[in-house]
Design a protein around this ligand. Structure first.
Ligand code: SF4
Length: 335
């Protein structure tokens, strides 16, 4: 299917994809780094514009989004491919196209997806599991129809999309959880096949665009878990995104090329949580592991418990978004 957001380069039989910061240039029959966009007859085509690998209802807390319609389910859609190749990818079976190039999935129609979400009574739809940037056509068509149906849409992304992509999606997306995998460019280059700066730029842009934004860091022993790096991330969030931006610290469990690496110790997550709070972040959460701290939302002014979470079970105390003790507004999208 014909792809979106690309250009033909003058005097060259080359197309350039404008979806993400890689800006891949392709001659006929070549594919981009994501493995799911290709040049054909001098045009850019998407190989996954109508392909899904996984579709299911999930708690919105699983994305994770803790300040967006808490306690609701989100109709979640994943396709195939990724513009990163993280050594530790937890979803590599769908994010990485196999060497033979065969893309496995089910063909769908955006109207069918929105109809299913309506049948389930889902208040939101999530583009998740693999990087949504690389199946932009399906995301944008589905999100437009969802808007008409009164269903809000969210992205779970690595943040490496281009400004073109972000702005094209602008009015149809309402929330995002963006990975900030590290604050070291070398980490992005060596372990992910990406770069840090485009991710920081997307985070700043999303904040300006007004989507509800939460940030996740997967804390990996020996790779990105130093106190200095945790502090750098916390300061970036505070200074450039705002201290009310939720920061999720997730435990790493061995996967893909790093399957033999150890799980993140609870002490490391607790250290990172404390640094986030010391640096002034109001909402720091620990996930992917049973932790005594860091899964509930408290009022930053009086300390009253506002949203209680046990696993994916959620209980809001009082009126969502308003502290039941002192009346302070808690930021988020609550209804
Ligand atoms: S989405 Fe990114 S990785 Fe894929 S072809 Fe476009 S620029 Fe390249």
């Amino acid at each position: 299917m014909r792809g979106a957001l690309w250009e033909r380069l003058v005097d060259e039989k080359v197309v350039r994809c404008k979806l993400c910061a890689h800006g891949c240039r392709m001659k006929d029959d070549q594919k981009g780094r994501c493995g799911v966009r290709a040049a054909s007859d001098g045009r850019l085509v998407s190989l996954v514009a109508d392909v899904v690998s996984s579709v299911q209802m999930d708690p919105v807390e699983k994305k994770p989004l803790f300040h967006f319609l808490p306690g609701t389910q989100t109709y979640s859609i994943g396709s195939v491919g990724c513009n990163f190749s993280c050594a530790f990818c937890q979803n590599y079976t769908i994010s990485q196209v196999p060497p033979n190039g065969v893309i496995r999935g089910k063909h769908v129609d955006p109207a069918e997806l929105v109809g299913q979400a309506e049948n389930y009574g889902a208040p939101s739809m999530a583009f998740t599991y693999n990087e949504p940037t690389v199946f932009y056509e399906l995301v944008s068509e589905t999100a437009k129809l969802a808007e008409v149906a009164g269903i809000r849409c969210l992205l779970v992304s690595n943040g490496f999309m281009s400004e073109h992509c972000l702005h094209a999606l602008g009015q149809f997306i309402h929330a995002a959880n963006i990975d900030l995998k590290s604050f070291r460019d070398s980490f992005y280059k060596d372990y992910c096949g990406g770069r840090l700066e485009p991710v920081l730029k997307s985070l700043r842009n999303i904040r300006e665009m007004g989507w509800w934004l939460e940030v996740t860091t997967l804390v990996i022993p020996g790779a990105n878990d130093s106190p200095e790096e945790m502090r750098d991330i916390a300061r970036f969030i505070r200074d450039e995104l705002g201290h009310e931006t939720p920061w999720h610290l997730s435990a790493f469990h061995g996967a893909y090329r790093w399957a033999d690496r150890p799980t993140t110790p609870l002490t490391t997550l607790d250290m990172a949580w404390r640094i986030g709070r010391e640096e002034g972040l109001s909402y720091v959460y620990v996930g992917n592991v049973a932790s005594a701290i860091g899964s509930n939302t408290f009022c930053p002014k009086c300390g009253m418990l506002h949203v209680e979470r046990r696993g994916y079970r959620t209980r809001v105390h009082g009126t969502a978004g308003v502290c039941s003790s002192c009346g302070t507004a808690i930021p988020g999208v609550w209804r």
